[in-house]
Design a protein around this ligand. Structure first.
Ligand code: SF4
Ligand code: SF4
Length: 56
């Protein structure tokens, strides 16, 4: 199950450089995770100031 980024994302970009598979990209309203690339490591959640990346 891949991580997803919820609506609390403030588009800060901190998670992008933490992702080992480059699964995260900037969207219009929030950053988004490519489920095909996500390996469920949780690094993005650890880097996020607002706990936007969530499992499942
Ligand atoms: Fe990248 Fe890991 Fe977050 Fe998936 S859980 S988007 S692999 S940092
Ligand atoms: Fe959004 Fe959190 Fe990533 Fe910042 S670190 S872009 S708030 S998901």
């Amino acid at each position: 199950m891949a991580y997803t980024i919820n609506d609390s994302c403030i588009n800060c970009g901190a998670c992008i450089e933490e992702c080992p598979t480059e699964a995260i990209s900037a969207g219009d309203d929030k950053h988004v995770i490519d489920a095909e690339k996500c390996i469920d490591c949780g690094a993005c959640a650890g880097a996020c100031p607002v706990d936007a990346p969530v499992e499942g």
